[in-house]
Ligand binder design. Structure first.
Ligand SMILES: [Mn+2]
Length: 480
């Protein structure tokens, strides 16, 4: 296949974004209602909100639907649903064959950053960094792709840039020096800074560093997950005491931003010691210092002020199956929508806190060779399995292990299983493994190379986990 050089790199990507914006402009001028389909996470919610805000301003009717994945049934439903063009954001490229088959005759844009599988049918425009030799995990997120498309409409869309920053952070794209955003994400950062909407600085990345008591800020931090401290206020409090840091000044709780440089250093050293004493890598503390993105127009004391916290608010909406609330907040709702989002966040956090408290009990977390197993059994809600797996695995970077979390569904007949390959983990396609194994145990499974899930009969769980451990061993042996 000939490789066209003008497709390559940033220029090639921007050309595709421009083409997509031309298509979108054409749809806008026809006035037909536009359907937005996006992915159920912080990046997907911000991506959908960017397109929705653009259409709202141009007075074009739209509907948005947030989905966890795409399958044949969903595509058929879309095909038989309302007419009109469809924009996929943060999802679609990996399902191109399925989409082409079911929606080939429709007008479609795919604005995604996941690895493409298959080619778009004639007439469709796909904007995806992978098509231009760029990196979909750190150069641009789904929200960034959507932003770079609507940016072509003119300067009046540039105030949507903070949403692209939030989406990229929600997608954990802060992989450059000092946990900063880079690549095409930088365009959104520069636009947001240029408009005075975002300030970039360097600090401890604890959540609520300007607003919460320090031990709460530490316990609220889940990116990265700090084993023993995330979701565990009492341990955070104990670490502060050990570091000899005053938590109150007169009657007022101090915040992370009140700490002197010397105190910050002492705190990090003490956390490193705490991690080491529990058998975790103390290197993790390096990830606690980094670039922070402050949305200066947002009220202090709300989680909207810090872009990472904003992303975790959206993530909570997604995990609590209310992504529409997240979209409302992204589109500017600071009354009822925000109130509802805050209570979803509270509920989500307390569920997680219960899970992490339980995981301190003996026998709940077990190491079985290359596997770390969290036995969620019937105490963990099956709806928390994926969230717990994602958070715990983010704290297992470089451990060389694979994480499995399972819980039984309410009726006790089935189990939900989530598996994760942590960052810098073994090179294994966990999605394929889970799919094959689930089928062997008369269940259903699948996913990506680093994150996958399955649903199988409850009484097969221990056999399933044993088989997964063996399969991992074989996959490793094949490689060496
Ligand atoms: Mn994404």
């Amino acid at each position: 296949m000939p490789i066209s050089l003008d497709l390559f790199g940033r220029e090639g990507f921007m050309k595709a974004a421009r083409r997509a914006s031309e298509v979108l402009k054409r749809w806008v001028s026809s006035g037909e209602p536009i359907t937005i389909i996006s992915h159920v996470d912080a990046d997907g919610i911000t991506a959908a909100s960017i397109i929705a805000s653009c259409l709202y301003r141009l007075e074009v009717p739209f509907r948005a639907r947030i989905v966890p994945w795409l399958d044949r049934d969903m595509v058929e439903e879309l095909a038989s649903g309302p007419e009109g063009p469809i924009v996929f954001t943060d999802i679609g490229s990996s399902y191109m064959n399925l989409l082409a088959e079911g929606l080939g005759t429709r007008e479609v844009l795919v604005l995604d950053h996941h690895p493409p599988v298959g080619k778009p049918p004639p007439g469709w425009v796909e904007v995806n960094p992978h098509n231009h030799g760029l990196d979909g995990t750190s150069d641009v997120s789904g929200a960034g792709v959507a932003y770079l498309v609507v940016r072509e409409f003119g300067d009046e869309m540039r105030d949507l840039a903070p949403l692209a920053v939030i989406g990229a952070l929600g997608d954990l794209q802060d992989r450059r020096e000092d946990r900063s955003l880079g690549g095409l994400n930088e365009i959104a950062v520069e636009d947001a800074v240029g408009l005075g909407l975002v300030e970039v600085s360097k600090d401890l990345v604890f959540y609520g560093r300007e607003t919460r008591p320090i031990h709460k800020a530490m316990a609220y931090t889940s990116s990265p997950y700090i084993p023993g401290i995330s979701y565990q206020e009492d341990n955070a409090f104990a670490v502060l005491a050990k570091a000899g840091i005053k938590v109150k000044e007169d009657d007022r709780w101090r915040t992370v931003s009140d700490l002197s440089e010397e105190e910050k250093k002492r705190l990090l050293d003490t956390i490193a010691g705490f991690l080491a004493s529990r058998g975790h890598s103390p290197e993790l503390v390096n990830k606690l210092v980094g670039t922070v993105y402050t949305l200066v127009g947002e009220e202090p004391w709300t989680p909207l002020r810090d872009a990472r916290e904003f992303a975790s608010l959206l993530n909570a909406c997604a995990r609590m199956e209310k992504p529409d609330v997240g979209i409302a907040v992204c589109m500017g709702d600071r009354s009822r929508g925000l109130e509802e989002a805050l209570s979803l966040l509270e509920e989500y956090r307390s569920r997680l806190a219960r899970c992490f408290a339980k995981m301190q009990e003996p026998g709940v977390v077990e190491e079985l060779g290359r596997l770390v197993v969290v036995h969620g059994g019937s105490w963990m809600s099956d709806r928390m399995v994926a969230a717990v797996a994602s958070i715990v695995s983010s704290g297992m970077a470089g451990s060389g292990k694979v994480l499995v979390v399972y819980a039984f569904e309410e009726d006790g007949k089935h189990a939900k299983i989530s598996a994760r390959v942590p960052p810098e983990g073994p090179e294994i396609d966990i999605g394929a493994l889970m799919r094959d194994l689930a089928a062997r145990f008369s269940g259903l499974g699948g996913g990506h190379d680093v994150a996958a899930g399955a649903r199988i009969p409850a009484d097969s769980v221990s056999d399933f986990i044993r088989a997964l451990g063996e399969a991992l061993g074989k996959a490793e042996a094949r490689k060496s």
